[in-house]
Design a protein around this ligand. Structure first.
Ligand code: SF4
Length: 109
């Protein structure tokens, strides 16, 4: 789970681990049901520690075969996801995309 409390990409069908009492309604985007990462054994690879290139590339390899990569990336960009690998992009890569989009919108590029 990201440190900011947001819901990470779905890595498996929800078994209620994140909401055992049903107190908080967590609505997952529908596209997550088609994600390649839902079958990944170790979801932690999507939140690699600094320097953990093995986990980083394992996550990116999973994303590269994901049928909802574009939706995932769009979601992460639109929701300012600050942690983890989303749509095959790291936090830094997403920040660069957002910066480029802002520059394009401002006519600076
Ligand atoms: S693009 Fe990657 S993180 Fe996003 S849903 Fe697909 S496998 Fe999961």
């Amino acid at each position: 789970m990201p440190r900011d409390g947001s819901v990470p990409p779905q890595r498996a069908e929800s078994s209620g681990w994140d909401n055992p009492e049903g107190i908080i309604a967590i609505e997952r985007p529908g596209w997550q049901a088609e994600s390649a990462c839902r079958f990944v054994e170790d979801p932690a690879i999507f939140y690699p520690s600094p320097g953990d290139t093995e986990a980083l590339w394992a996550a990116k390899a999973t994303c590269s075969n994901c049928p909802v990569l574009d939706k995932c990336l769009e979601y992460a960009l639109g929701n300012n996801e600050r942690y983890g690998i989303w749509g095959g992009k790291s936090t830094r890569e997403r920040l660069l995309i957002l910066r480029a989009k802002r520059m394009l919108e401002a006519g600076e590029a």
